[in-house]
Structures are given as C-alpha cells and as structure tokens.
Design a protein around this ligand. Structure first.
Ligand SMILES: Cc1cc2nc3c(=O)[nH]c(=O)nc-3n(C[C@H](O)[C@H](O)[C@H](O)COP(=O)(O)OP(=O)(O)OC[C@H]3O[C@@H](n4cnc5c(N)ncnc54)[C@H](O)[C@@H]3O)c2cc1C
Length: 326
C-alpha cells in the first residue's frame, strides 16, 4: 500500500508528486490517458513548435511563485513571446518541457496510466481505517490519503460516497474554445495579421476570435517564417471538420495562405462555474466536509495560470504531508 494516491497526471498532479518526492513520501499517480501532462500538449510540425494547450507564462502576476522554474532547471528553457515584452514568456521547446522536467524527477512513486479512478470511499484494511480508491476495472487500492486533481465534474463523482457536498461540482460548466496555430512564410501573413493589437475580428456570429498572438522566436519557428496563434470562442460545438468550419470571413484567406495549420478543440477550456457568485461558498463547504486525508486541487477551483497550478499541486502535497505527520 502506498501512502498517497494522486488522481490526475496533469500539471497539478505532477507538481503534487514532485513535492511528495522531495519529502520522501511514496505515492501512486493514476492518469486515465496514455500520456502525462493533461491539457499541456506540444507537437512539432513542419519545423514549428506548436502548443495546442497551455502556452504563455505571464510574469506580471505578482502572486505567482516562479522559483520552481529554477528548481527544475528551466530558466534557460524560456524565451520571450515578444522581444519587447519580458513579462510574457514561452518555452523554447514547447510547454511539454515543463512536464518532461517534472517527470524526470519522479522516481519514488508508481505511475499508473490508462486507468480511471471511479470513486473514493472509507474502508477498513487490516483492522485500520483507510481510503479506498476504486478503479474502473473494479480493483480497490487502499491508501492513507488522496490528492484529487481531475477536473471538477469527474471529481464530483469520485467524492460523492465521501461527502454529499461534492454534488456542487456536478454540472460544472466550461466555455469551449478552439486554439488555432498558423505558420506562414514571413512574406505571406495577410496584412491584417500584422495588426495583432487590432480589436477582435468577428468572422461570423458563431466564431469569435478572442485574441491573436504572434510567435517569432527562432526556437519555435523556422528561419523566414512566423506563427500566428489565436484563441477562438465558439457559440456552439463545432462539426467534426473544424478546419472547414473555421473557413469564414477573414479566416478563409488566412487558412488558405498558411504553410502549416494546427487546430485544437477544447470543450472544457475556461471554467465558468468558478465565477458563479455561489461557488466560493459551495467549494468552502465541500472542502470543510472532506476528511483530512483528501485534498482537491486544480484550475476548476482556484487560480489558473501554470505557476498557480504548480503552487496548488505542491500546497496540496504539503497539506497531505502534514496529515501524515511527515
Ligand atoms: C486549452 C487550455 C489552455 C490554457 N492555456 C494556458 C496558458 O497559456 N497559460 C497558463 O498559465 N495557463 C493556461 N491554462 C490553464 C492551466 O494552466 C492549465 O489548465 C493546466 O495545465 C491545468 O492542469 P491541471 O493538472 O490542473 O488539469 P489537467 O491538465 O486537466 O489535468 C487533469 C488530469 O486528470 C486526468 N483525469 C481526469 N479524470 C480522471 C480519472 N477519472 N482518473 C484518472 N485521471 C483522470 C485527465 O486525463 C488529466 O490528465 C490553459 C488551460 C486550457 C484548458
């Protein structure tokens, strides 16, 4: 039996695992997907480094703790998004570098992939009260404590047997977005692409471009190329062929001219429930009702930036270490 089970292998769960490693506490991290990293997803295509998910670190947020980047040896892995603005940085090799750096430090714990946790409950094992972590294949893992970093509506089902307050998370809502990366030969971006500070461009009533960023870093784009990156809000779920769906208004020409195109659809991108006036009280009630052996963490609850995810995962691990007396 391991002391702690961490549910979810995104940035929050991996940061929690890292903190437990540094304290010599053993754990099992369970991730439903084949790969670790959660929303963080970097790919290389036609010489471009493309992040479909989390991408930009904003240094301007004073509440963010940046020291972990030094601890992970990652200061040199960063480059400014725009050479005139040192507050916004990106990873030279993509945000996956952060996940890789964390994973190389995880040697003590067991990693279980392709396995979903379905519920948590109180059990008795060898005459002792334990937490039971029920897996989708029917196996039951006994543990002393758990850190739940899966998105809220999955956490709701996991926690129902422990506390009815978890019902507040059922039906948790998100705003879906498409993240579009377009690589151009430097001469090719349409004129309007240079006006990235221009007001949002409405392409159609269903497709609203929320922002454009331009990536020029030589680490991430081939010589004589540039990359335009945008976040697009949709008013309804897109059809299967998202690229064809996006060929409206000014975007039609842009997509036609691009040397490379990457489209990432995120149905659960921006947490909406978190901004409901009643949610803070519901979350406080849920946390108060959880046993000391269970902590929830993740961007559905508080903070959202990459640095805040790391801080929250580590804080959850420290809380559990305190509970274990370590
Ligand atoms: C599209 C997108 C773009 C973002 N861009 C930025 C950005 O540019 N800058 C920034 O600072 N922040 C950004 N964020 C916010 C935040 O940094 C990320 O959301 C962060 O990576 C979230 O990490 P997480 O571990 O909390 O959640 P996730 O990455 O969602 O990880 C949760 C993990 O739990 C797993 N899981 C779910 N259910 C189960 C189960 N039953 N059993 C086991 N495992 C399960 C999932 O597979 C997943 O791997 C972005 C978020 C999104 C969604």
């Amino acid at each position: 039996m391991r002391d702690v089970v961490i549910i979810g292998g995104g940035l929050t769960g991996l940061a929690a695992a890292w903190e437990l490693e540094m304290r010599g506490i053993d754990y099992t991290l369970i991730e439903v997907k084949p790969r670790l990293g959660g929303a963080i997803r970097t790919q290389r295509r036609d010489g471009f480094v493309i992040d479909d998910g989390p991408f930009v670190f904003r240094r301007a947020n004073d509440s963010d703790d940046w020291a972990f980047l030094g601890d992970l040896g990652l200061y040199d892995a960063l480059t400014p998004l725009d050479p005139t603005d040192s507050q916004q940085v990106i990873f030279k090799d993509g945000t996956q570098a952060l996940i890789d750096a964390l994973c190389t430090r995880l040697t003590l714990g067991a990693l279980m992939r392709r396995m979903a946790v379905s519920s948590l409950g109180q059990i008795t094992q060898g005459g002792r009260a334990r937490l039971g972590v029920c897996l989708e294949n029917g196996l039951l893992l006994g543990t002393r404590a758990a850190i739940v970093t899966a998105p809220a509506r999955y956490a709701a089902h996991m926690l129902q047997a422990i506390t009815p307050e978890a019902a507040a998370l059922i039906g948790y809502r998100y705003a879906p977005v498409v993240r579009l990366s377009l690589g151009f030969r430097r001469a090719d971006p349409p004129e309007s692409a240079r006006e990235i500070a221009a007001p949002p461009l409405l392409s159609s009533s269903q497709v609203q471009i929320k922002r454009w960023l331009r990536v020029e870093s030589p680490h991430r784009v081939p010589t004589d190329h540039t990359m335009m990156w945008s976040e697009i809000a949709l008013s309804e779920p897109p059809p299967r062929d998202i690229e064809a769906f996006l060929k409206v208004g000014a975007l039609r020409a842009w997509l036609g001219d691009a040397a490379t195109i990457s489209v990432g659809y995120w149905p659960e991108s921006h947490p909406l429930t978190r901004d409901d006036p009643a949610f803070a009280a519901q979350l406080a009630a849920l946390e108060a009702a959880l046993p000391d052996s269970v902590v929830i963490a993740g961007s559905d609850y508080r903070g959202r930036s990459l640095a805040q995810r790391v801080a929250q995962g580590r804080a959850a691990a420290r809380q559990i270490a305190g509970y274990l007396g370590r």
